[in-house]
Design a protein around this ligand. Structure first.
Ligand code: HH2
Length: 253
Protein backbone atom coordinates (compact mmCIF):
# COMPACT_ATOMS: atom_id res chain seq x y z
CA UNK A 1 0.00 0.00 0.00
CA UNK A 2 1.69 3.19 -1.19
CA UNK A 3 0.90 6.45 0.60
CA UNK A 4 -0.25 9.66 -1.08
CA UNK A 5 -0.97 12.34 1.50
CA UNK A 6 -2.82 15.33 0.03
CA UNK A 7 -2.20 17.37 3.16
CA UNK A 8 -0.12 20.37 4.22
CA UNK A 9 0.99 18.80 7.52
CA UNK A 10 1.57 15.03 7.28
CA UNK A 11 4.61 14.17 9.36
CA UNK A 12 6.84 12.86 6.58
CA UNK A 13 5.51 14.19 3.27
CA UNK A 14 3.20 17.03 4.32
CA UNK A 15 2.88 19.74 1.67
CA UNK A 16 4.65 17.79 -1.05
CA UNK A 17 1.53 16.58 -2.85
CA UNK A 18 -1.06 19.20 -1.97
CA UNK A 19 -1.44 20.04 -5.64
CA UNK A 20 -3.72 17.44 -7.25
CA UNK A 21 -1.50 16.85 -10.26
CA UNK A 22 1.55 16.39 -8.05
CA UNK A 23 -0.39 13.88 -5.95
CA UNK A 24 -1.56 11.94 -9.03
CA UNK A 25 1.95 11.93 -10.49
CA UNK A 26 3.30 10.64 -7.19
CA UNK A 27 0.65 7.91 -7.10
CA UNK A 28 1.53 6.83 -10.66
CA UNK A 29 5.19 6.72 -9.65
CA UNK A 30 4.36 4.48 -6.69
CA UNK A 31 2.41 2.14 -9.00
CA UNK A 32 5.48 1.91 -11.26
CA UNK A 33 7.54 1.13 -8.16
CA UNK A 34 5.33 -1.85 -7.32
CA UNK A 35 2.41 -0.64 -5.19
CA UNK A 36 -0.66 -2.88 -5.45
CA UNK A 37 -2.82 -0.23 -3.88
CA UNK A 38 -2.60 3.52 -3.27
CA UNK A 39 -3.86 5.05 -0.03
CA UNK A 40 -5.08 8.61 -0.55
CA UNK A 41 -5.58 10.80 2.53
CA UNK A 42 -6.65 14.40 3.07
CA UNK A 43 -6.24 14.62 6.84
CA UNK A 44 -3.07 14.17 8.85
CA UNK A 45 -3.55 12.04 11.95
CA UNK A 46 -0.11 12.77 13.36
CA UNK A 47 0.02 13.48 17.10
CA UNK A 48 -1.70 16.79 18.03
CA UNK A 49 -3.19 17.25 14.53
CA UNK A 50 -6.54 19.01 14.39
CA UNK A 51 -9.46 17.41 12.50
CA UNK A 52 -9.98 18.57 8.90
CA UNK A 53 -13.60 19.36 7.87
CA UNK A 54 -15.22 16.86 5.51
CA UNK A 55 -15.63 19.30 2.63
CA UNK A 56 -11.94 20.17 2.72
CA UNK A 57 -10.89 16.50 2.82
CA UNK A 58 -13.21 15.82 -0.13
CA UNK A 59 -11.74 18.73 -2.07
CA UNK A 60 -8.28 17.31 -1.49
CA UNK A 61 -8.83 13.61 -2.15
CA UNK A 62 -11.66 13.14 -4.67
CA UNK A 63 -9.85 14.46 -7.79
CA UNK A 64 -6.82 12.34 -6.90
CA UNK A 65 -8.88 9.19 -6.33
CA UNK A 66 -10.71 9.76 -9.63
CA UNK A 67 -7.49 9.93 -11.58
CA UNK A 68 -5.72 7.03 -9.87
CA UNK A 69 -8.62 4.56 -9.71
CA UNK A 70 -8.45 3.61 -13.41
CA UNK A 71 -4.85 2.51 -12.86
CA UNK A 72 -4.78 0.81 -9.46
CA UNK A 73 -6.84 -0.15 -6.45
CA UNK A 74 -7.36 2.95 -4.29
CA UNK A 75 -8.06 3.19 -0.57
CA UNK A 76 -9.18 6.34 1.18
CA UNK A 77 -7.50 7.19 4.47
CA UNK A 78 -10.22 8.89 6.49
CA UNK A 79 -12.26 8.64 9.68
CA UNK A 80 -15.10 10.74 8.22
CA UNK A 81 -18.10 8.94 6.70
CA UNK A 82 -18.91 11.64 4.12
CA UNK A 83 -15.32 11.59 2.87
CA UNK A 84 -15.31 7.81 2.58
CA UNK A 85 -18.57 7.96 0.60
CA UNK A 86 -17.28 10.65 -1.76
CA UNK A 87 -14.06 8.70 -2.35
CA UNK A 88 -15.99 5.49 -3.01
CA UNK A 89 -18.14 7.35 -5.55
CA UNK A 90 -14.86 8.46 -7.17
CA UNK A 91 -13.56 4.88 -7.39
CA UNK A 92 -12.01 3.91 -4.04
CA UNK A 93 -12.72 0.30 -3.01
CA UNK A 94 -11.16 0.19 0.46
CA UNK A 95 -11.83 2.42 3.46
CA UNK A 96 -8.66 2.81 5.52
CA UNK A 97 -10.20 3.87 8.78
CA UNK A 98 -7.98 4.94 11.68
CA UNK A 99 -11.11 5.31 13.84
CA UNK A 100 -12.30 1.73 13.17
CA UNK A 101 -15.86 3.04 13.02
CA UNK A 102 -16.83 3.25 9.33
CA UNK A 103 -17.87 -0.39 8.82
CA UNK A 104 -21.44 0.62 7.95
CA UNK A 105 -20.22 2.84 5.12
CA UNK A 106 -18.04 0.03 3.78
CA UNK A 107 -20.92 -2.46 4.06
CA UNK A 108 -23.43 -0.15 2.36
CA UNK A 109 -21.16 0.27 -0.65
CA UNK A 110 -19.72 -3.24 -0.84
CA UNK A 111 -16.11 -2.15 -0.35
CA UNK A 112 -13.34 -3.34 1.98
CA UNK A 113 -12.51 -1.88 5.38
CA UNK A 114 -9.35 -1.51 7.45
CA UNK A 115 -10.00 -1.28 11.19
CA UNK A 116 -7.06 0.37 12.93
CA UNK A 117 -6.48 0.67 16.67
CA UNK A 118 -6.00 4.16 18.10
CA UNK A 119 -6.15 5.19 21.77
CA UNK A 120 -8.33 8.32 21.93
CA UNK A 121 -7.83 10.76 19.08
CA UNK A 122 -4.79 12.38 17.46
CA UNK A 123 -4.99 15.53 19.58
CA UNK A 124 -4.43 13.63 22.82
CA UNK A 125 -3.33 10.09 21.94
CA UNK A 126 0.33 10.54 22.90
CA UNK A 127 -0.46 11.98 26.34
CA UNK A 128 0.66 9.13 28.59
CA UNK A 129 -0.98 6.15 26.82
CA UNK A 130 -1.51 3.14 29.12
CA UNK A 131 -2.66 -0.44 28.64
CA UNK A 132 -2.99 -3.54 30.84
CA UNK A 133 -1.18 -5.53 28.17
CA UNK A 134 -0.89 -3.57 24.96
CA UNK A 135 -0.90 -6.58 22.65
CA UNK A 136 -3.87 -8.29 24.28
CA UNK A 137 -5.82 -5.03 24.58
CA UNK A 138 -5.22 -4.09 20.94
CA UNK A 139 -5.92 -7.61 19.69
CA UNK A 140 -9.19 -7.92 21.62
CA UNK A 141 -10.32 -4.50 20.40
CA UNK A 142 -9.50 -5.31 16.78
CA UNK A 143 -11.20 -8.70 16.86
CA UNK A 144 -14.33 -7.08 18.27
CA UNK A 145 -14.22 -4.41 15.54
CA UNK A 146 -13.59 -6.97 12.79
CA UNK A 147 -16.47 -9.17 13.96
CA UNK A 148 -18.75 -6.12 14.11
CA UNK A 149 -17.74 -5.18 10.57
CA UNK A 150 -18.30 -8.69 9.28
CA UNK A 151 -21.74 -8.85 10.96
CA UNK A 152 -22.61 -5.51 9.36
CA UNK A 153 -21.88 -7.07 5.97
CA UNK A 154 -18.29 -6.13 5.15
CA UNK A 155 -16.71 -9.05 3.26
CA UNK A 156 -13.14 -7.76 3.28
CA UNK A 157 -11.95 -6.73 6.74
CA UNK A 158 -8.35 -5.92 7.68
CA UNK A 159 -6.95 -5.28 11.15
CA UNK A 160 -4.09 -2.90 11.95
CA UNK A 161 -2.42 -2.34 15.36
CA UNK A 162 -2.00 1.38 14.65
CA UNK A 163 1.70 1.78 15.30
CA UNK A 164 2.27 5.21 16.88
CA UNK A 165 -1.40 5.92 17.57
CA UNK A 166 -1.49 6.29 21.36
CA UNK A 167 1.59 4.15 21.89
CA UNK A 168 4.96 4.60 23.54
CA UNK A 169 8.14 3.20 22.05
CA UNK A 170 7.74 0.15 24.29
CA UNK A 171 4.13 -0.32 23.14
CA UNK A 172 5.12 -0.15 19.46
CA UNK A 173 7.93 -2.63 19.99
CA UNK A 174 5.69 -5.04 21.91
CA UNK A 175 3.09 -4.93 19.13
CA UNK A 176 5.74 -5.72 16.53
CA UNK A 177 7.48 -8.36 18.66
CA UNK A 178 4.15 -10.13 19.16
CA UNK A 179 2.57 -9.38 15.78
CA UNK A 180 2.03 -13.13 15.40
CA UNK A 181 -0.70 -12.84 18.05
CA UNK A 182 -2.63 -10.56 15.70
CA UNK A 183 -1.93 -12.81 12.73
CA UNK A 184 -3.21 -15.78 14.76
CA UNK A 185 -6.68 -14.19 14.94
CA UNK A 186 -7.13 -15.15 11.29
CA UNK A 187 -8.02 -11.60 10.22
CA UNK A 188 -5.55 -10.28 7.62
CA UNK A 189 -3.09 -7.87 9.23
CA UNK A 190 -1.92 -4.52 7.85
CA UNK A 191 1.18 -2.96 9.42
CA UNK A 192 2.30 0.64 8.94
CA UNK A 193 5.63 1.60 10.47
CA UNK A 194 6.91 3.63 7.52
CA UNK A 195 9.07 6.58 8.62
CA UNK A 196 7.37 6.72 12.03
CA UNK A 197 8.83 8.52 14.99
CA UNK A 198 9.68 5.44 17.07
CA UNK A 199 12.18 4.52 14.35
CA UNK A 200 13.76 7.95 14.67
CA UNK A 201 14.04 7.42 18.41
CA UNK A 202 15.51 3.93 18.06
CA UNK A 203 18.05 5.05 15.48
CA UNK A 204 19.23 8.11 17.39
CA UNK A 205 22.88 7.91 18.34
CA UNK A 206 24.95 9.95 20.76
CA UNK A 207 26.05 12.36 18.04
CA UNK A 208 22.44 12.70 16.88
CA UNK A 209 20.98 13.06 20.32
CA UNK A 210 17.32 13.65 19.63
CA UNK A 211 15.92 11.50 16.85
CA UNK A 212 16.68 10.65 13.25
CA UNK A 213 14.57 12.68 10.79
CA UNK A 214 11.85 11.26 8.56
CA UNK A 215 14.10 11.10 5.50
CA UNK A 216 16.59 8.90 7.38
CA UNK A 217 14.19 6.21 8.53
CA UNK A 218 14.20 3.98 5.45
CA UNK A 219 16.32 1.21 6.94
CA UNK A 220 14.19 1.12 10.08
CA UNK A 221 11.03 1.12 7.97
CA UNK A 222 12.30 -1.81 5.92
CA UNK A 223 13.52 -3.74 8.95
CA UNK A 224 10.15 -3.50 10.65
CA UNK A 225 8.18 -4.17 7.44
CA UNK A 226 10.30 -7.25 6.75
CA UNK A 227 9.91 -8.44 10.32
CA UNK A 228 6.12 -8.07 10.10
CA UNK A 229 5.84 -9.72 6.67
CA UNK A 230 7.96 -12.67 7.78
CA UNK A 231 5.54 -13.20 10.66
CA UNK A 232 2.49 -13.13 8.44
CA UNK A 233 1.42 -9.50 7.97
CA UNK A 234 -0.33 -9.40 4.60
CA UNK A 235 -0.16 -5.70 3.74
CA UNK A 236 2.45 -3.02 4.43
CA UNK A 237 1.62 0.68 4.22
CA UNK A 238 4.73 2.46 2.95
CA UNK A 239 5.98 5.78 1.65
CA UNK A 240 9.10 4.21 0.06
CA UNK A 241 7.43 1.73 -2.23
CA UNK A 242 10.27 0.42 -4.38
CA UNK A 243 12.45 -0.88 -1.53
CA UNK A 244 9.43 -2.14 0.40
CA UNK A 245 8.06 -4.02 -2.63
CA UNK A 246 11.49 -5.55 -3.19
CA UNK A 247 11.66 -6.65 0.44
CA UNK A 248 8.18 -8.15 0.03
CA UNK A 249 9.30 -10.14 -3.02
CA UNK A 250 12.27 -11.51 -1.12
CA UNK A 251 10.15 -12.47 1.90
CA UNK A 252 7.59 -14.10 -0.41
CA UNK A 253 10.31 -16.15 -2.09
N1 HH2 B 1 -0.66 5.73 9.88
C1 HH2 B 1 -0.81 6.96 9.36
C2 HH2 B 1 -1.88 7.23 8.50
N2 HH2 B 1 -2.77 6.27 8.16
N3 HH2 B 1 -3.48 4.03 8.29
C3 HH2 B 1 -3.35 2.81 8.79
N4 HH2 B 1 -4.20 1.83 8.43
N5 HH2 B 1 -2.34 2.50 9.66
C4 HH2 B 1 -1.44 3.43 10.08
O1 HH2 B 1 -0.56 3.10 10.91
C5 HH2 B 1 -1.54 4.74 9.54
C6 HH2 B 1 -2.60 5.02 8.64
C7 HH2 B 1 0.16 8.04 9.69
O2 HH2 B 1 1.10 8.18 8.70
P1 HH2 B 1 1.08 9.26 7.51
O3 HH2 B 1 -0.08 9.10 6.60
O4 HH2 B 1 2.39 9.18 6.83
O5 HH2 B 1 1.04 10.64 8.25
P2 HH2 B 1 -0.12 11.66 8.60
O6 HH2 B 1 -1.13 10.99 9.46
O7 HH2 B 1 0.63 12.77 9.31
O8 HH2 B 1 -0.74 12.11 7.30
Amino acid sequence: MGVVNVTPNSFSDGGRYLDHQDAVAHGLRLIAEGADLIDVGGESTRPHAEPVPADEQIRRVVPVVEQLAPHVRVSVDTRTAAVAEAAIAAGATLVNDVSASLHEVAAAHGVGWVAMHMLGDPRTMQDDPRYDDVVTDVRDYLVERAETGRSAGVDEVWIDPGIGFGKTLAHNLALLARIDELVATGWPVLVATSRKRFLGTLLATSDRTDEVGTDDRLEGSLATATWAMARGARMIRAHDVRPTAEAARVVAA
